[in-house]
Design a protein around this ligand. Structure first.
Ligand code: H2B
Length: 94
């Protein structure tokens, strides 16, 4: 089982990933796209990455606004797997 991150590790991670916010035992990022299908294409690209990593964000689609929520369900909170996926998502967006 992955080790849960402690408060200082989470604080450091959020400084490294300023587009993400702590929400309980998850981190969340919202991305606004110009067009609906741009967001859908992004979600499809992300799904490939998540499946390869076997670490899947929760995805909320609100027209052109995509909200991603990361937590490690098997561990009941945030782990390094979430930080690694947050970095991969940031790379995909940039
Ligand atoms: C067997 C499979 O690797 C596990 O169920 C994976 C799948 N994707 C996952 N995604 C997330 N976010 N948390 C998990 O604990 C998790 N576990």
């Amino acid at each position: 089982m992955s080790d849960l991150l402690d408060e200082s590790e989470i604080e450091a991670a959020l400084k490294k990933h300023p587009d993400w916010e702590l929400e309980g035992n998850t981190i969340r990022r919202t991305i606004e796209f110009e067009e609906y299908m741009e967001g859908i294409d992004f979600v499809n690209d992300l799904a490939e990455i998540a499946e390869e990593a076997q670490h899947h964000p929760d995805v909320e689609i609100q027209y052109t606004k995509i909200t991603l929520t990361l937590t490690t369900h098997d561990a009941g909170g945030l782990t390094d797997a979430d930080l690694e996926m947050a970095q991969r998502i940031d790379n995909l967006v940039d």
